[in-house]
Design a protein around this ligand. Structure first.
Ligand SMILES: NC(=O)c1ccc[n+]([C@@H]2O[C@H](COP(=O)([O-])OP(=O)(O)OC[C@H]3O[C@@H](n4cnc5c(N)ncnc54)[C@H](O)[C@@H]3O)[C@@H](O)[C@H]2O)c1
Ligand SMILES: O=c1ccn([C@@H]2O[C@H](COP(=O)(O)OP(=O)(O)O[C@H]3O[C@H](CO)[C@H](O)[C@H](O)[C@H]3O)[C@@H](O)[C@H]2O)c(=O)[nH]1
Length: 349
């Protein structure tokens, strides 16, 4: 297989980034990763290289840099011809964004605007952007359909909403832009090898990393936030999606972006279309890991929705993409990663 275009993957050392880079390299793309390692470590990219082997690793280069710094972007774009960008770089902790909104506006908004300026300057106008189901706010109806009205519930969500609108405006002003906005639901799981996975810094905010750390003994028990929701078991429902399905969704979106000139600026949900409750997730994880997870039933977490899941029709119809994996495979691969790497990419501190 000959090599294809060179793709800039911003935030490519992070959770979704590393899994996507593996699939891009396997598909024959050349990849330049730009990451400031704010929430990632170099070791993650070493694992990517190990996974794809020495030959495909020649198609991967890493640039330590920050999208908030125009010089870092200029340096990269002036030295390398980039054909398209998958833009993952950003901060994603909802609670932190409430406490420190400026950090989120600076990193996610200013950083992305810088990136788009430099992309335009170097005539690289093909973009896949990491959006989020957070743009649906507390949806009035489920499943969430792409043309629902959007709203932000917190500063993190506001950055995603603004960045979707900024992308629409960019395209309106200059039709050379081709932009795909991917709204991820709840990405979990890990590469099936157990070599790559999510490695959050500090105490995890999200359900699956928290469950994992309880299972390996790093945390004593899981707080289940809310057991009085109007759902069958009283816990909240989300649409969890295997990170490898998500990675494949990026590859198909990118292929479409490169092949078609009638993309415009368009949003797709990436989810499975199925909802799973917190307690169902605990049970599924206990089954694959053989571990009993101590849980504590707690009050609802502020700002949480009762039930959120995706309509996947548009992605199926227009991208030809559909998630392959279910909850059991997500838990299996999550456990493989966690049991092989209980302290993530680095050894026990
Ligand atoms: N994981 C989720 O639940 C989820 C859901 C919806 C959307 N998203 C979005 O997907 C993207 C990737 O998420 P992830 O889960 O892989 O997170 P992650 O934190 O693992 O990855 C983000 C990467 O971006 C890097 N980064 C952050 N700020 C940067 C900057 N200014 N310059 C350069 N690099 C920077 C970090 O070091 C990290 O490697 C984010 O934009 C996130 O908002 C994630
Ligand atoms: O320790 C925990 C952590 C979470 N939960 C519950 O598990 C469910 C899922 O919570 P997550 O924090 O894993 O995910 P969210 O759906 O709240 O949010 C995530 O997915 C959203 C998209 O749907 C946004 O992208 C957001 O940024 C991202 O954190 C929620 O009901 C939450 O209350 C617990 O019970 N205990």
């Amino acid at each position: 297989m000959g090599t294809k275009e060179r793709i800039l993957v911003s935030g490519g050392a992070g959770f979704i980034g590393t899994h996507t880079v593996v699939q891009l390299l396997k598909d024959g793309f050349k990849v330049s990763v730009l990451d400031n390692l704010d929430n990632a470590v170099q070791e993650a990219l070493d694992k990517v290289r190990e996974l794809v082997g020495p030959q495909l690793s020649n198609n991967l280069d890493f640039h330590l840099g920050d999208i908030r710094n125009l010089d870092d972007l200029e340096k990269l774009f002036s030295q390398t011809k980039l054909d398209a960008v998958i833009h993952f770089a950003g901060l994603k902790a909802v609670g932190e964004s409430v406490a420190n909104p400026m950090r989120y506006f600076d990193n996610n908004l200013v950083g992305s605007i810088n990136l788009y300026k430099v992309m335009a300057k170097y005539n690289c106008k093909k973009l896949v952007f990491s959006s989020s189901a957070t743009v649906y706010g507390q949806p009035d109806r489920i499943p969430c359909v792409e043309d629902f009205e959007l709203k932000a519930m917190n500063p993190y969500g506001r950055t995603k909403l603004f960045l979707e609108e900024i992308a629409q405006d960019l395209h309106k002003a200059d039709q050379k832009w081709r932009i795909i906005l991917l709204r991820y639901f709840n990405p979990i799981g890990a590469h099936e090898s157990g070599m790559l996975g999510e490695d959050p810094r500090g105490i995890p905010n999200n359900l699956m990393p928290y469950i994992t750390q309880v299972a390996v003994g790093r945390l004593p028990e899981l707080n289940v936030y809310g057991h009085d929701y109007p759902t069958p078991d009283g816990s909240a429902i989300r649409d969890y999606i295997h990170v490898m399905d998500l990675a494949d969704g990026h590859v198909v979106a990118l292929e479409k972006l490169l092949q078609r000139n009638d993309i415009g600026c368009v949003a797709y949900n990436l989810g499975t279309g199925r909802g799973t409750s917190v307690l169902e997730m605990v049970a599924a994880f206990e089954k694959v890991s053989g571990k009993k997870l101590p849980i504590k039933l707690c009050p609802r977490r502020a700002g949480d929705a009762t039930a959120v899941y995706a309509s996947t029709d548009k992605a199926e119809r227009e991208l030809g993409w559909k998630a392959k994996y279910g909850i059991d495979e997500m838990c299996r691969d999550q456990w493989k990663w966690a049991s092989q790497n209980p302290w993530g990419y680095q050894s026990k501190p």
